[in-house]
Design a binder for this molecule. Structure first.
Ligand SMILES: Cc1ncc(COP(=O)(O)O)c(C=O)c1O
Length: 422
């Protein structure tokens, strides 16, 4: 084969996710290193990571202990696959440890490669459950209008905004998915009645909506949602990809918000991003029939890297750090520090809304005339990474090792950015 010279400049071959590529080419921020709450760029800048990357770097960057655990595992066994009767020791160990930490009593643990993978695994299992119960018409999966559940086929269908489905089919990518209001629990009841509970397998929710706009549950929202789900035999899938492993000041946000899931989905914070890994905790009511008897059904789902050994030892090392350094409690403390700092933005006439109250994460929404993108650009110039979500909202979700002065600095640069744009 004759090699061809690719078009474009060196560095132009990478097609970034969710990116307007003409704007990105030539303007990338290329990260080459990380330590604690900071990352460094290829041109030598040090940036405070006020978003933990994509909500993943909970224990901070550059942990030698995790790198050492990974190196040891790679030198021993990179991984071995977990299909059928094979598996690897790290996957077995991690699953036992996770099962002890779980908010679901006596769960089984399905390991995956990430969040979208885990959503796919959980929701397929919910449908399969009803088929095995002799109620195969229960297939609909409902989700909240502002939710984000990743972008595999099910995730694209369940994530709230329509643009995630644009161009992939007439109305929705996976049939029999539907959405309801993120804030009005009566709407959930209405949608259940409209579709008919006999056709609904599951409802999926984040405890605190993350990428869809940092929305803590309104008072009473989950009580009502769970009551309707229970009355109608609708399984509850809780997506803790962002909130799991400490972001809300509890190991799982389900504890904080009184959620009682049948399936609980995790990723990101399980390794703090040191390797791709996700998982699904499965309640006994679903797993029992798969675990006993000659006639037990097989759940025909899985990926090559289900329980990747190196990812699993990284998760173990990450959990060791969370526990030893008390970082879940620290996240609870930092939530109040961030909240207090945000107070000085609350009365500004160029700030439409502050979203907080759901953990160590917050959003600042400037008024429409002030582009959040311009504030984020200013912040980057000042050495702080922020991220802009839809509806002109600035995301703040620092690592749990961020200190009080750094949190003050994050709010300072937002204040400076707002002044600058004005
Ligand atoms: C709540 C939630 N669920 C699922 C996902 C998808 O995870 P991944 O990007 O690892 O596939 C994300 C990613 O941001 C998420 O925030």
């Amino acid at each position: 084969m004759t090699p061809t010279r690719p078009r474009g400049k060196p560095g132009d071959a990478l097609w970034s996710p969710l990116a307007h590529m003409p704007s990105v080419l030539g303007h990338r921020t290329v990260i080459v290193g990380g330590s604690g709450a900071y990352v460094t760029t290829d041109d030598g800048r040090e940036l405070l990571d006020a978003t933990s990357g994509l909500w993943h770097a909970n224990v901070g960057h550059g942990r030698a202990e995790i790198a050492d655990a990974a190196r040891r595992q790679l030198a021993t066994l990179e991984t071995y696959q977990s299909f059928g009767s094979f598996t690897n020791d790290a996957a077995v160990r991690l699953s036992d440890r996770l099962a002890e930490l779980s908010v679901i009593h006596d769960p089984k643990v399905i390991l995956t490669s990430g969040g979208s993978d885990s959503v796919e695994a959980a929701v397929k299992l919910a449908r399969r459950h009803w088929q095995l119960e002799g109620r195969p018409e229960k297939r609909f999966v409902l989700s909240r209008a502002d939710s984000y559940h990743g972008l595999h086929a099910f995730g694209s269908s369940l994530s709230g905004p329509d643009f995630y489905r644009e161009g992939y089919g007439p109305t929705t990518l996976v049939p029999e998915t539907a959405r309801f209001s993120s804030t009005d629990p009566d709407d959930f009841r209405r949608v259940v009645e409209r579709i008919g509970p006999e056709r609904i397998a599951a409802v999926i929710t984040e405890p605190v909506i993350g990428s869809g706009g940092i929305i803590a549950p309104p008072p009473g929202y989950f009580e009502q949602l769970q009551a309707v789900a229970r009355e109608n035999d609708i399984l509850l899938v809780v997506d803790e990809v962002i909130t799991g492993f400490g972001r809300t000041g509890r190991l799982f946000a389900s504890e904080r918000f009184g959620l009682d899931p049948d399936l609980l989905v995790v990723a990101k914070g399980i390794t703090s991003g040191y390797a791709p890994l996700g998982g699904v905790f499965v309640a006994p009511r679903i797993w029992e029939r798969f675990f006993s008897g000659d006639e037990a059904p097989v759940y025909r789902h899985g990926v090559t890297y289900s329980g990747h050994a190196t990812s699993c030892v990284i998760a173990e090392a990450n959990l060791d750090i969370l526990e030893r350094e008390g970082l879940v409690g620290e996240a609870a403390r930092l939530e109040t520090v961030l909240d207090a700092q945000l107070d000085r933005l609350r009365d500004r006439d160029d700030v439409r809304e502050i979203r907080s109250g759901g953990g160590f994460l917050a959003g600042v929404a400037p008024v429409d005339e002030v582009p959040a993108e311009a504030v984020a650009r200013y912040a980057l110039g000042e050495g702080v990474i922020l991220r802009v979500l839809r509806e002109n909202l600035i995301q703040i979700s620092p690592p749990f090792i961020t200190d009080d002065a750094e949190i003050a600095r994050i709010v300072d640069v937002i204040e400076g950015g707002l002044d600058h744009v004005r």
